[in-house]
Design a protein around this ligand. Structure first.
Ligand code: MG
Length: 228
């Protein structure tokens, strides 16, 4: 017999949820709006964030915006976002398929901690590209934004009901491709609404900029509501 310590996934998830609530409290006390983007690899999260930043850096100072990029190994996305002049930091998980609260806490600490956050208005977190794990580990964001693209299949939401359920906003991206690959977008919208009636569903194309303005306005409204 040997001594052993066994961790089960549920406990890890529950512990992370408690830490996420604490982190949300920090965001609130700093007056920063935290937006988390989640979705499968290649769904267009980074490009969508770029399109949103095109608006955001006109309405706000780039110094007021922070981006934390989660990626297994590369800095590609964070390099793209840093061209907007916003504060950026990369988290490389070294193989883990999702970010957890300690990752975000470490990134904030590296940026300058609470005093740094207090001077910012928006925290944009791009999670590791994965449709399952990131959704089970909230990071205290005020909105969890799922990016699902039409090329991932018409049954995307049905195949990932829990991920769909915990999302606050759902974006069906690459809408410009739908007609070419024969995807019934209305079916996708119906599925998303059925699984999660509370989450607004947006049709967008980060490439053509279709629908981006509506998404942006929704996020700004959310931020204004939070600061009331
Ligand atoms: Mg990306």
């Amino acid at each position: 017999m040997v001594d052993r310590v066994v961790f089960v996934a549920k406990d890890v998830i529950e512990e992370n949820k408690k830490l996420a609530m604490r982190l949300k409290g920090i965001y609130d006390s700093c007056g920063i709006t935290a937006l988390e983007f989640l979705g499968g690899p290649g769904s267009g999260k980074t490009t969508l964030i770029e399109r949103l930043l095109e608006y955001m850096v006109k309405d706000f100072k780039s110094d007021e915006i922070v981006y934390i990029g989660g990626d297994v190994a590369t800095t590609f996305d964070t390099e793209r976002i840093s061209s907007f002049g916003v504060h950026t930091i990369q988290i490389n998980t070294g193989g883990t398929c999702h970010l957890e609260v300690p990752h975000i806490e470490a990134a904030i600490e590296r940026l300058g901690g609470i005093e740094f956050l207090k001077k910012r208005k928006f925290l944009i977190i791009e999670n590791v590209g994965n449709m399952i794990c990131p959704f089970s580990f909230p990071l205290g964001a005020h909105a969890r934004i799922m990016v699902a693209d039409v090329a991932e299949g018409v049954d995307k939401f049905l195949k990932h009901p829990l991920s769909t359920l915990v999302s606050d906003i759902i974006i069906i991206n690459k809408i410009d491709l739908a007609e070419y690959i024969g995807i019934n977008v209305n079916k996708m919208i119906e599925d998303a609404h059925r699984i999660n009636p509370k989450a607004p569903v947006f049709l967008a194309s980060a490439k053509t900029r279709q629908g981006i303005n509506d998404v942006y306005n929704t996020l700004i409204s959310l931020s204004k509501d939070l600061s009331k």
